[in-house]
Design a protein around this ligand. Structure first.
Ligand code: BGC
Length: 374
């Protein structure tokens, strides 16, 4: 059933299926309801499971608005940074919870070649292009379809938009499962060879309190190597061993333990803002595990992607507001599962080329639980 739950919900007769998607609070639905200049409707969509987990989504940017999960005492709290309303989301510059693309993270000087032809994306991050360019898919209205335990968002990114070739048909499906996992499935096709790297840009703070820094969270990343960057955060092409560096998260350690170490890569990022090269692993094994002691919350990340951008909210400085607070430095972290930044210019990296006739597929699962419990 295709259904949009906007501000008018209160006047509808609610069926059991609709109930599953009913907003936490009708005022929330109203705050996230909008229309773009072409008359496309924006709405809030809610998924809930039997354990009290609630995920709010909007078709503006295919964005995660909130993820609400129980702590060790059963208290359900939002573990993501987010905006108060649609206007905040539309004006925001930190990519809270949205899907970034068509090329997530950076392309050096916004320039790349496919089959000898050179393409240019707009520079929106110093001398580089970040997260697709200007008014990219994170600032557009997607088509939404509600399913029982899932919401599907789709968009066609026109040939030439932001300089990228090919009409790209992109679909993102968010599914909430009874084991407290949120699965994100991406599929895409194109009618001209293009580059693609899509990911979700949620910022997490498992304490549930967005005024607290994330430095005490314990993190394990199943990665023996990372991709060092230059001062503009473009990978140099090297795959550097994490062993003996502040980038060694192969055994769980506090995010803040080495974050201010004197190590050039940390100076370039103002903290961690780097792609980790995920090790080969059993598909059932998480690529990343994060725990937060006080709440007892645990998050495991599973992905089919070869890399993950670990970003510690180094650029947050109180300018972005939501949930009644101004988000301060390092109060959220991102784990953006992805292909490596600047892959179109780095022949040794896994390819991000998508050709007509091929189907791009990618899956990432964020699974929530309590540390020490099965
Ligand atoms: C980038 C950061 C950037 C952040 C928000 C991350 O994916 O690597 O450098 O500041 O997104 O835009």
């Amino acid at each position: 059933m295709v259904l949009s739950l906007g501000a008018g919900l209160a006047s509808c007769v609610i069926t059991p299926e609709e109930m599953e998607h009913s907003p936490i609070d009708p005022k929330r639905a109203a705050a996230f309801a909008a229309k773009d200049s072409n008359g496309n409707e924006v709405a809030l969509y809610t998924l809930r499971n039997k354990n009290g987990m609630i995920v709010e989504l909007t078709n503006y940017g295919a964005t995660i608005v909130s993820i609400n999960v129980p702590d060790k005492k059963g208290k359900v709290e939002n573990v993501t940074l987010g905006y108060e309303d649609h206007a905040g989301l539309a004006a925001g510059g930190s990519y809270f919870g949205c899907v970034v693309g068509r090329y997530g993270n950076r392309i050096a000087k916004g320039t790349f070649k496919i089959d000898g032809a050179e393409y240019h994306a707009p520079l929106n991050n110093g001398v580089n292009t970040l997260h697709g360019g200007i008014k990219s898919i994170d600032k557009q209205v997607w088509k939404a379809r509600l399913m029982n335990d899932a919401v599907s968002f789709s968009i066609t990114v026109p040939d030439g938009e932001n300089g990228y070739p090919g009409n790209l048909k992109l679909k993102v499906v968010y599914s909430l499962r009874e084991d407290n996992s949120l699965a994100i499935d991406y599929t895409a096709t194109t009618d001209k060879a293009t580059v693609i790297n899509v990911t979700n840009h949620a910022y997490f703070n498992l304490s549930g309190d967005p005024t607290q820094k994330i430095l005490d969270h314990e993190l394990m990343i199943h990665a023996d190597r990372f991709t060092p960057v230059d001062s503009t955060l473009i990978p140099t092409g090297e795959l550097r061993a994490v062993k003996g560096t502040p980038f060694d998260f192969t055994q769980a350690k506090a995010i803040g333990k080495d974050i201010d170490a004197t190590y050039e890569q940390l100076q370039f990022g103002g903290g961690y803002d780097h792609n980790f090269v995920l090790n080969e692993r059993d598909p059932q094994a998480p690529a990343v595990v994060v725990t937060e002691k006080n709440s007892g919350r645990k998050m495991e990340v599973f992905t089919t992607e070869p890399g993950v951008q670990f970003y510690t909210g180094n650029f947050l400085n109180g300018n972005e507001k939501g949930r009644g607070v101004a988000y301060q430095h390092r109060t959220g972290f991102c784990l953006e599962t992805q292909h490596f930044p600047d892959s179109p210019n780095q022949p040794s990296f896994p390819t991000t080329l998508l050709k007509p006739g091929e189907t791009f597929k990618s899956q990432t699962i964020y699974r929530f639980g309590i540390d020490g419990e099965k």
